[in-house]
Design a protein around this ligand. Structure first.
Ligand SMILES: NC(=O)c1ccc[n+]([C@@H]2O[C@H](COP(=O)([O-])OP(=O)(O)OC[C@H]3O[C@@H](n4cnc5c(N)ncnc54)[C@H](O)[C@@H]3O)[C@@H](O)[C@H]2O)c1
Length: 264
């Protein structure tokens, strides 16, 4: 069954680039939205170079879509005003446009960093309270709160994915827990577009890593396939890292990582 017209924001970024080919096979039309330039690579692709800062522009881009995958935003620690503008306001524009134009489903990019202050020894599930490891994580808490509001109050169907670390292969010790392989990324996003679940859901988008910190997204009808453990011998420090009392966010959770963005 075709997914119809799917709009994907942030399509020029890392996650968007990984999703393009798998999505092309499932849709009638794939509208790729980014403020960076893009080139259509298939007859189903349409590119739109726009900035999501304008609510009117977002409404025009989303009009007629069956689903929206919203990835655009600031993808790491930054000054809070930039994060509020890029992540919270941008998401508000997308959700409001979806409500007004009757989009069937929205899949939002959350982040594992909204629980990055839990210790590595704990297995975290989406029901547990947020423990952001920085301002970026705080902005993603607000993104999820907006999604919940639009689901509860306006009946929008929204799936929030707390994305792990999308890489071709793990390249740092933390990835033994947080890695999201390109194959599992595509599987989880496609399942989020089709899962017959109720109005609001939050899942960790992570591969089936033996050392993972988070509950697998097993209710959406896709079972993650890959395990970072096959790369474990690249990281001789792994046992010490995972035995220690440190936070799941690793270096991202260090005070300096946020303080360098707090200048006043
Ligand atoms: N890459 C990961 O492993 C990872 C992990 C956790 C969460 N995420 C989340 O997934 C999403 C995508 O991440 P990514 O790694 O692809 O980021 P990225 O920085 O590679 O891509 C983000 C894209 O969004 C676009 N963009 C930003 N603001 C925009 C605006 N106002 N209007 C139009 N386009 C805009 C940028 O031009 C860029 O192409 C983000 O929301 C990020 O927070 C990613």
């Amino acid at each position: 069954m075709s997914l119809g017209t799917v709009v994907m924001t942030g399509a020029a970024g890392l996650v968007g680039s990984a999703l393009r080919a798998p999505l092309r096979a499932e849709v009638e039309r794939l509208v790729l939205v980014d403020r960076a330039p893009l080139t259509a690579e298939s007859p189903v692709e349409v590119v739109r170079q726009v900035d999501l800062s304008s609510a009117e522009v977002v409404a025009e881009v989303v009009e007629g879509a069956d689903a929206v995958i919203h990835l655009a935003g600031v993808a790491d620690e930054a000054p809070l005003p930039e994060l509020l503008h890029g992540n919270v306001l941008g998401t508000h524009h997308v959700l409001e446009a979806a409500r007004r134009t009757g989009v069937g489903r929205v899949v939002l990019a959350g982040s594992n960093r909204l629980t990055g202050c839990y210790p590595t020894s704990e297995t975290v599930s989406p029901e547990m309270p947020p423990r952001p490891d920085g301002m970026y994580g705080v902005s993603k808490v607000a993104v999820e709160a907006l999604a919940r509001l639009y689901a509860d109050k306006f009946g929008l169907r929204v799936v929030c994915l707390r994305i792990g670390s999308l890489e071709d292969e793990p390249n740092e010790v933390r990835h033994l827990a947080t890695w999201l392989s390109p194959r599992d990324c595509a599987g989880i996003v496609l399942a989020s577009l089709t899962a017959p679940e109720a109005g609001f859901a939050v899942h960790y988008a992570v591969s089936a890593n033996s050392r993972r910190f988070w509950k697998l997204p097993d209710e959406i009808g896709y079972t993650p396939q890959d395990d970072a453990e096959r790369y474990a011998d690249r990281f001789p420090e792994a046992d010490a890292f995972f035995a220690g009392p440190g936070p799941q966010g690793g270096d991202y959770a260090a005070a300096d990582y946020t303080l360098r963005h707090i200048t006043s």
